[in-house]
Design a protein. Structure first.
Length: 143
């Protein structure tokens, strides 16, 4: 038999039991990191134990939605569960994207239980040169 001594983990487990697993109408939150890397934003979501086929990514206007479902591992009749701490059910995260991001070119990769989304900055949001007409010529300035 396995033993645990961390009282906070027990409290987390009890809270999860009371709330139940996430459902499609009331999903659980998924942990994530978000950061800028050069000319793109990167969002990394932790989804350990979720198959890539069980992940759904949608963009509607500027709202990015990630949903995933982790189902229980199939068990035989002779298996007796001693400890079950890994959360099951539906997980979801919604992120409001700025107008300066290019939602048409989002890429997604899934490796080692981490979903990584790369969202490029739109060309219209990048600094560019603007020409100004002065007399008969044009001069380039930074804009």
């Amino acid at each position: 038999m396995l033993m645990r001594t961390d009282p906070f983990r027990e409290l987390d487990r009890l809270t999860q039991q009371l709330m139940g697993p996430g459902t499609w109408s009331r999903p659980s939150a998924m942990p994530m990191d978000a950061y800028r890397e050069g000319d793109q934003y990167v969002v990394a979501c932790d989804l350990p134990g979720v198959s890539a086929e069980a992940i759904d990514i949608d963009v509607e206007r500027n709202m990015l939605t990630v949903k995933a479902e982790r189902r229980p591992v199939a068990k035989g009749d002779d298996v007796q569960m001693e400890l079950s701490e890994r959360p099951l059910g539906v997980f979801s995260r919604q992120i409001m994207l700025a107008d300066t991001l290019d939602t048409e070119h989002i890429t997604a990769d899934y490796d080692a239980g981490v979903l990584t989304l790369r969202i490029p900055i739109a060309e219209r949001a990048k600094p560019r040169k603007i020409s100004i007409g002065v007399g008969s010529g044009h001069k380039e300035i930074s804009g």
